[in-house]
Design a binder for this molecule. Structure first.
Ligand SMILES: Nc1ncnc2c1ncn2[C@@H]1O[C@H](COP(=O)(O)OP(=O)(O)O)[C@@H](O)[C@H]1O
Ligand SMILES: [Mg+2]
Length: 365
């Protein structure tokens, strides 16, 4: 799958621009603060309905404007697909897929798929388990709407359960919880089962990508710590039982102590915890390997690669790793952004160069 064109109207620092992409390598260059990441953000928004860097939709509307619009057309094995998002000041966005408005945000998923990487993705390795769960959620939601809806239902029941746990009426809690917990365990099991499958699939590929990028000097291992395995029914049953056991503790703490909202992924390099012992460069390579592996899991599932967006990644790698990265991405559409174009890195490859200056496309051929 590849994105062919991206129209930006009053989006961030763009007034009205159309950017054309080719299948294969695309390199978006421009000085700092010209709009490279903004364009990358727009593509990701068209894939998932959410921005990796704005927590309010209205933030993407150009200052002083009331509305913004982004429209992307991608080519997929099923033909062309277009996704459009209209943003409004009141944070309510309207989404259109092939011209037809969709009413649920989840309906945007799976039309155009992408894997997005920028320097802040280092959080994935460095920071809290929440960042690693977000990675799982974003990736799995794009792969499966059922996952996305299960997650939505799970979060809703979980927050209601947590509110109930704080209720002073203990007998009310004890009477009500078992009913909630049946629902909660069912949704939890769907999430955990999907994550287990995904991690089983992605781990060996990420390990292989890491070996490639590090010249086989480092051995990456990743594993999850959910502790629930088996069929969906088995997982649901185990969680239900665990919820029963931990009820007193949950009441004392006022929140639910077990479930997929507590999952984590652990990364080790040559046996050492990357989060604790890894250098920045190693952590970056782990995160990058994981993202490259993610593109392969898309391919395994859909027989089609997603769009790979690598925002500002090259500048953080040495020349050798830059060249390795480029050569590892020639089989799918890749959109690199960089402040400058280092021709030696792209030597022998065909690429589409796009120059962005102050929210305008200066060169697109
Ligand atoms: N809502 C907005 N309205 C107008 N300009 C914006 C808006 N949001 C961000 N910008 C501008 O976009 C520029 C940053 O663009 P960005 O794509 O992050 O740059 P870079 O090319 O370095 O990746 C900044 O100048 C910022 O002020
Ligand atoms: Mg940027």
């Amino acid at each position: 799958m590849f994105i062919k064109s991206l129209l930006l109207k009053n989006f961030r620092n763009y007034t009205e621009e159309n950017i054309c992409f080719c299948d294969g390598l695309n390199v978006l260059t421009g000085a700092n603060a010209q709009g490279k990441t903004n364009a990358a953000e727009a593509i990701f928004l068209l894939c998932t309905g959410y921005s990796p860097r704005a927590n309010k939709d209205r933030l993407v509307i150009k200052n002083g404007q009331e509305t913004a619009q982004i429209l992307g057309t991608a080519s997929s094995m099923y033909g062309d697909v277009s996704v459009r998002i209209d943003f409004n000041k009141n944070d309510k966005k309207n989404i259109y897929v092939n011209g037809l408005q969709v009413l649920r945000i989840g309906e945007i998923l799976g039309n155009i798929n992408s894997v997005f990487f920028n320097p802040s993705e280092l959080k994935l390795v460095q920071e809290s388990p929440e960042d690693r769960r977000r990675f799982l959620n974003v990736s799995l939601s794009q792969m499966s709407k059922n996952y996305f809806y299960a997650l939505q239902r799970y979060n809703k029941i979980l927050s209601q359960r947590n509110n109930l746990l704080k209720d002073p009426n203990v007998s009310l809690i004890k009477d009500t919880l078992p009913i909630w917990d049946i629902q909660l365990s069912k949704e939890a099991a769907k999430i955990i089962k999907a994550r287990n499958e995904f991690l089983t699939q992605i781990a060996p590929i990420a390990e292989e990508k890491h070996a490639y990028l590090s010249d086989s000097k480092e051995t990456l291992k990743m594993k999850t710590e959910s502790g629930y395995y088996g069929t969906e029914e088995e997982i649901a049953y185990a969680i239900y039982e665990d919820l029963k056991v931990s009820i007193e503790k949950d009441m004392r703490l006022g929140f639910t102590g077990i479930g997929p909202h507590r999952d984590d992924i652990k990364f080790t390099l040559n046996g050492d915890d990357v989060r604790v012992f890894g250098s920045q460069g190693q952590q970056r390579t782990v995160a990058l390997s994981l993202k490259l592996a993610e593109t392969e899991t898309f391919y395994k599932r859909f027989n089609e690669y997603p769009i790979l967006i690598l925002d500002d990644v090259l500048s953080e790698l040495d020349k050798k790793r830059q060249r390795k990265l480029v050569s590892a991405t020639t089989h799918l559409q890749t959109i690199f952004t960089a402040t400058g174009l280092d021709r030696t890195v792209f030597k022998n490859y065909d690429y589409n160069r796009i120059v962005i200056e102050n929210g305008k496309v200066k060169k697109n051929k």
